[in-house]
Design a protein around this ligand. Structure first.
Ligand code: GLP
Length: 236
């Protein structure tokens, strides 16, 4: 594991964008696993900038997102599909048909989970997975539990996650209580993992996740077993 600490969010974002662009330059048809949340916003901005300058080309890239709220469709400005379109995809030269986000409005959610995993396998797995981390150690929406969940699945969000994510909604009541998330198999089978986190409030959970015991109570701790993971943490 490479654990890099930098002093500013801007430096973290630039380092992360560097790793992603190196991946896409070396393998233009890379399958990128992408994340939402406030942490990756600076990384996406930097990649948009380099794409505009012609330094990085996403025309052959494929993306698979980690998760989506149940019952929010793509036109809802709180859905993760909306987030990805608005903060990244609409600004780069990617083929929208090659961007995949779980469908939280599917009539049969179990079937959607199965379909999502099958699609990832069809694509040959993920080349580089970008991750953030929740305050309780969740990755995607894999919440602390008694065991690690392997496949894409429906999850009941923990109260602390609903609370943390309520900052994007007008009230806590509006935050969906369920989500679809990629499971640990697709994440752990990614060839490379890049986890970014910023701010003092994330320090404690990073320490537990990467320097403590591997336990499903801290889902991100499983990443210690990954052969090629880089963590970039910014202190500010
Ligand atoms: C959400 C997302 C996670 C993300 C986490 C942290 O719960 N499902 O993928 O890592 O938020 O978000 P932030 O980066 O805003 O702290």
């Amino acid at each position: 594991m490479k654990f890099i600490t930098v002093d500013t969010y801007a430096k973290m974002s630039r380092r992360a964008a560097n790793i992603i662009s190196a991946q896409v330059i070396l393998k233009p048809d890379s399958v990128l696993g992408l994340a939402t949340g406030s942490t990756p916003l600076g990384t996406y901005k930097q990649l948009i900038d380099w794409n505009e300058k012609g330094d990085i080309d996403f025309s052959q890239a494929v993306t698979v997102n980690l998760d989506e709220y149940v019952a929010l469709d793509s036109s809802n400005n709180q859905s993760y599909r909306f987030f990805m379109n608005k903060n990244f995809f609409e600004h780069i030269n990617i083929n929208m048909n090659n961007t995949f986000v779980p469908n939280g409005c599917a009539a049969d959610l179990e079937e959607e989970c199965k379909r999502y995993d099958e699609n990832i396998s069809r694509l040959g797995g993920i080349d580089l997975q970008l991750l953030g981390i929740g305050h309780d150690g969740h990755i995607g929406f894999n919440e602390p539990d008694k065991y690690f969940v392997k496949n894409t699945h429906i999850v009941d969000l923990h109260e602390s996650t609903v609370k943390a994510n309520s900052r994007f909604f007008s009230s806590e009541d509006e935050v969906p209580k369920r989500a679809i998330t990629m499971g640990m198999v697709s994440i752990m089978q990614a060839k490379k993992i890049l986890l970014i986190a910023s701010g003092k409030a994330k320090r404690d959970i990073l320490e537990k996740a990467f320097f403590g015991p591997i336990t499903p109570e801290i889902p991100a701790s499983i990443l210690q077993l990954h052969p090629d993971i880089t963590v970039i943490y910014s202190e500010d």
